[in-house]
Write a protein that binds this ligand. Structure first.
Ligand code: PEP
Ligand code: MG
Length: 534
């Protein structure tokens, strides 16, 4: 939670008007300098963002793409000033890339973000995005790109409020990993004035404008979990609940270990390999995986095979123009066309685990049928991988979890995608965010189905994605039978401390209260009541 004055993002950058005749060589040099500077700025942001900075790396490479600067140069030579030429060059660049069947079309929002940075620089305006009122502030925006979010300084930005964006979108996930309370998909953002005091409660998704001191005082006095509880996750009566971290690469290992993670619940391998034109070699992959294994030592690491497609395109995997990418070729479905991507990856994982003390498990994303699960498990075994599992992200997989667990060693519920596919709702769409709420009883029913199947089969089930990051929902998941949760490292100590204050029987009561509700608000209210009574 945060309280502070509102500061709005700068922008938008408007198309610069063309002016008088220009000194073409001087304007071209100015344009090249601006592209290069923005490339450097994006690269610096990317290295700060670590494993979450794949978009920024891609943007930095675009800003420095000689094809783009050449287009700007051509436009200057036809009499345009540098800002106007840069503005038009981006549209021409996108058209050029769209006409090239060998290369992916850059994302429009990512291109617009680079363009605005370049043009603002050329016009001598502040970089769009981050204001600098001189004191810590609550950042208010219509939406935030991953580039802007990754560059936020948590010392200056106390909280974030956006009108758009989904609760499991990049912005929300990045804000969480930075430890900044955020409320996305918040109506009424336009009415907040710069300097106005607001209270942002990221735990429940509430914004209070002009909170009085009683409201702030009451909120501040809310019982805070005792985050100094250490050791493995367990309920008050000692039932173990393994607490794992979600990582995108070795850059996330320090935070995970500092938070006392018992291992890695989901290693999103694609994050390391999205920003390139060629698939990573087996040796490169093996080295990247080994670094993560070495960082976690004897703690278990669950490697998720490449989840390419939909919002995570990779230019070396040509998926064509799909009318509805989230419902198209993504995750394990990519291996239908490019089986070598999977077999190379499994070879690399097997290489990296050879001689390592790390217990390694491997799982596939976006599995819908038992046949796919069986095929994946067979591929793993062929490559000498002993523990193979699948993510349950598609309702069909949840309904048939018992069958899946006959052919794989474990499953992991991907709560972000399971919510998206259960409610037929894009996870990046803030307007429909209420449908993605993991407190939705229908979503909890599907998770319960998977957990029951795991209990009957005697095989492990982890719940990952954003759902377990909500400590109160973590209690509900444990009450539904979860024995392992995976989450952003930053929230892990809170979840551990919350678990330590409740018995397993309490958790079962909270779970019963949540699934018997008619909707997410009622589910939360019922569990809060039950918590108050316990
Ligand atoms: C999920 O869907 O919950 C998940 C963990 O995978 P990702 O967020 O990477 O799609
Ligand atoms: Mg997923």
């Amino acid at each position: 939670m945060a309280v502070g004055p509102v500061a709005r993002v700068h922008g938008p950058v408007l198309p610069p008007r063309d002016g008088a005749p220009v000194d073409a060589p001087a304007e071209t040099a100015r344009a090249i300098e601006a592209f290069e500077a923005v490339g450097g700025e994006l690269e610096a942001l990317a290295s700060r963002a670590g494993a979450s900075g794949s978009t920024l790396v891609r943007q930095a490479r675009i800003a420095r793409d000689p094809a783009l600067t050449a287009l700007a140069g051509q436009l200057v030579s036809t009499g345009r000033a540098a800002p106007r030429a840069a503005w038009e060059a981006f549209a021409a660049y996108r058209d050029m890339r769209a006409a090239d069947p060998m290369r992916a079309v850059p994302d429009r929002a990512e291109l617009d973000d680079i363009r605005d940075r370049v043009v603002a620089r050329l016009l001598g305006e502040p970089t769009p995005g981050i204001p600098d009122p001189g004191t810590p502030f609550v950042l208010v925006a219509r939406d935030l790109s991953p580039a802007v979010t990754a560059g936020l300084d948590p010392e200056r930005v106390l909280g974030i409020i956006t009108e758009r964006g989904g609760p499991t979108s990049h912005t929300a996930v990045l804000a969480k990993s930075l430890g900044i309370p955020a409320v996305v998909a918040c109506p009424g953002v336009a009415s907040l004035r710069s300097g106005q005091r607001v209270m942002v409660d990221g735990a429940v998704g509430e914004v209070t404008a002009d909170p009085d001191s009683d409201t702030v005082g009451a909120a501040v006095k809310l019982p805070k979990p005792d985050a100094v509880v250490t050791g493995p996750g367990r309920t008050r009566d000692g039932r173990p609940v393994r607490l794992f971290a979600a990582v995108g690469g070795v850059g996330d290992a320090d935070d995970a270990l500092a938070a006392g993670a018992e291992g890695v619940g989901v290693f999103r391998t694609e994050f390391a390999f999205l920003d390139r034109d060629e698939p990573p070699s087996v040796a490169e992959q093996a080295a990247a995986y080994r670094e993560v294994f070495d960082a976690f030592g004897s703690r278990e690491v669950t490697v998720r095979t490449l989840d390419i497609g939909a919002d995570k395109p990779a230019s070396y995997v040509r998926l064509g123009d799909q009318p509805n990418p989230a419902l198209g070729v993504r995750g394990i479905r990519v291996a239908r066309r490019h089986v070598e991507l999977l077999t190379d990856q499994l070879t690399a994982i097997a290489m990296a685990s050879r001689g390592s003390e790390t217990p390694v498990r491997v799982m596939a994303p976006m599995v819908a049928t038992t046949a796919e699960a069986a095929w994946f498990a067979a591929q793993c075994r062929e490559h000498g991988i002993g523990t193979a599992g699948v993510m349950v992200e598609v309702p069909a997989a949840a309904l048939r979890a018992a069958d899946m667990l006959r052919v794989v060693d474990f499953v992991s519920v991907g709560s972000n995608d399971l919510a998206q596919y259960t409610f037929a709702t894009d996870r990046a769409d803030g307007e429909l965010a209420d449908l993605l709420d993991p407190w939705q009883p229908a979503f909890l029913d599907l998770v319960a189905t998977v957990l029951r199947a795991g209990a009957v089969a005697g095989r492990p089930v982890t719940v990952c994605g954003e759902a377990p990051s909500d400590p109160m929902l973590a209690l509900v998941l444990v009450g539904l039978g979860a024995g392992a949760l995976s989450m952003t490292s930053r929230v892990l100590p809170d979840v551990r401390a919350t678990l330590a204050r409740h018995s397993y029987d309490d958790c079962v009561r909270y779970a019963t209260a949540a699934v018997s509700a008619d909707g997410p608000s009622e589910a939360r209210a019922r569990v809060r009541d039950a918590l108050d009574r316990s």
